[in-house]
Ligand binder design. Structure first.
Ligand code: GDG
Length: 488
């Protein structure tokens, strides 16, 4: 019986209800079905955080184990280094980075505290799966504490070129510690290639195959695992929600106008400023659409404890005000900007009601909203997805109208083209995208990763044997516990 032990910064504690965020959307179905432990930050700060043990709770088959952060850890590890340095750099937005050596030290120290709290909770045969940029050094810190379990790591966000990564002074140290994992997974093959190049440039790693590195006599398996949604389930939810009073109210409020919809956490990488500029350009150049469209941008506030996110919120409110006052009419507001989140099913219903889905991040690991928009459509009368070519999802959803999110004219043209597109073309494009989003589920994604983890960690190939040496004994021969998952 191999337990799954997931580590992520935020843990979707059931008492907190649904929250905006792709990591939980991707991981929750796997944990709920397979059971296991979900370990990470509680989302709270406490004065004596370091003295508290992990807080344990249970729901269904999942055990949640969380710790609070001290104010200093919250600021240094979470707000300043993870979100102020790594998040922008990994999204190739170095001009947003604010580096301070003290924050980097707090990041490593907080990772060490997570490791110290985690180790006593681990059982010998657990499969440890670490998620995202908050925990780049965790695999190394766990190995230093004697953890011999299989360790996998998945990066939900993009990986930049080695030159951009090297702008963070501890880049080499971070990658060296990460290379203590058995398997490192990425959203796209471009991310994987960038990582392999950074690992060989910044550490002593050698690339011995397209998806394999070697360092200090160990082999590290790399892999591409695009995050998925449960498209059938989302489609059913959208169909149900479309008849709900909330969605009916939205429809009535439109008075027959076409709905253009955006749904994104309020985050600089999502390209919201550029998107509003594109919409404004559309309004300026396409007068025939005046009073016939409304753009609803739902942007639930996110990371409001990070200063740049507060500034972005203010900037968006100002831009939205300008668009409505300068491009609107007394009886028509072309834009609705809502910074409150809503239930997932309501969002599904809104997506189904939208003639155009605008998903234009400057860069995005995958972007599950793009996949959800496709899943939510009525096959008989589908809307059109306008998608940034710099979202990982563009690899699978190349039947969308792909745009460069930095170009307001391109966004304006794509909106006009989407609104004017005939039914046949909409259906053809949608069918290709439906095919892509139904090919795999979040369960396939999670089990696919774990299968590679089990294989890589149990094979002697995790170690590089010297010539003619006897093969090393497998460290573990794990197998997950339900027959259906067949991950061996
Ligand atoms: C990271 C990577 C990668 C949004 N508003 C509400 C709400 N949402 C849901 C959406 C969707 C999820 O949150 C957002 O997922 P994304 O993938 O679009 O974006 P990130 O949060 O940045 O996710 C991303 C992902 O991890 C998975 O690997 O795709 O590239 O950045 O499911 O529907 N959910 C609820 N209320 C809202 O107001 N309940």
């Amino acid at each position: 019986m191999n337990r799954l032990f997931v580590v992520s910064n935020r843990v979707p504690l059931p008492e907190k209800g649904a929250q905006a965020g792709g990591l939980a959307t991707a991981l929750q179905p796997l944990l709920e079905r397979e059971g296991g432990v979900w370990f990470g930050w509680s989302g709270a700060t406490a004065a004596k955080a370091a003295e508290q043990p992990a807080r344990i709770s249970h729901a269904g088959r999942v055990t949640y184990a969380t710790i609070d952060l001290s104010k200093a850890e919250h600021d240094g590890y979470y707000a300043n280094f993870a979100n102020g340095v790594l998040w922008p750099l990994l999204h190739s937005l170095p001009e947003m980075m604010r580096f301070d050596r003290g924050d980097a030290e707090t990041y490593f120290a907080t990772n060490a505290r997570f490791a110290d709290t985690l180790v006593p909770l681990l059982q010998d045969e657990d499969l440890v799966w670490v998620h995202d940029y908050h925990f780049l050094p965790l695999p190394g810190l766990l190995r230093a504490r004697g953890v011999a379990n299989p360790i996998g790591f998945f990066l939900h966000i993009p990986f930049p070129s080695a030159e951009i990564l090297a702008l963070a002074p501890p880049a080499g140290k971070l990658i060296a510690a990460l290379l203590q994992a058995d398997v490192i997974g990425f959203q796209t093959s471009a991310d994987l290639r960038n990582f392999a190049a950074a690992a060989t440039t910044l550490t002593g790693a050698r690339q011995i195959a397209a998806e394999r590195l070697e360092i200090d006599g160990r082999r590290v398996q790399l892999g591409v695992f695009p995050a998925e949604i449960d498209a059938e389930e989302f489609a059913a939810a959208a169909l149900r929600a479309a008849r709900s009073p909330t969605v009916e109210r939205l429809r009535r409020s439109l008075g027959g106008q076409c709905l253009i919809l955006g749904v994104d956490r309020l985050d600089p990488t999502k390209g919201l400023v550029q998107r509003l500029a594109g919409y404004r350009r559309f309004l300026e150049t396409e007068a025939t659409w005046h009073r016939r469209v409304t753009f609803l941008q739902i942007a639930p506030v996110s990371r409001q404890d990070v200063a740049s996110y507060q500034a972005l919120r203010a900037e968006l409110s100002q831009l939205a005000g300008e668009i409505n006052s300068e491009c609107g009419d007394p009886d028509w507001s072309p834009l609705r900007l809502i910074t409150k989140g809503g239930p997932r099913t309501t969002l599904a219903g809104y997506m189904r009601a939208a003639r155009v889905g605008l998903v234009t991040p400057l860069r995005d690991g995958m972007n599950l909203v793009a996949k959800e928009y496709v899943a939510a459509q009525d096959p008989e009368d589908p809307g059109v997805l306008v998608l940034s070519r710099f979202a990982g999802a563009a690899q699978q959803l190349d039947a969308a109208l792909l745009v460069n999110p930095n170009d307001p004219d391109a966004i304006a043209e794509a909106i006009a083209r989407a609104l004017a597109m005939d039914l046949r073309e909409r259906q053809t494009r949608w069918r290709a995208m439906w095919q892509a989003v139904t090919e795999n589920s979040p369960l396939d994604w999670g089990l696919g990763f774990l299968r590679v983890l089990v294989q890589s960690a149990s094979k002697p190939t995790a170690q590089v044997a010297p010539p003619h040496a006897k093969p090393l004994a497998p460290r573990h021969t794990p197998a997950l516990h339900t027959p259906s998952n067949a991950i061996n």
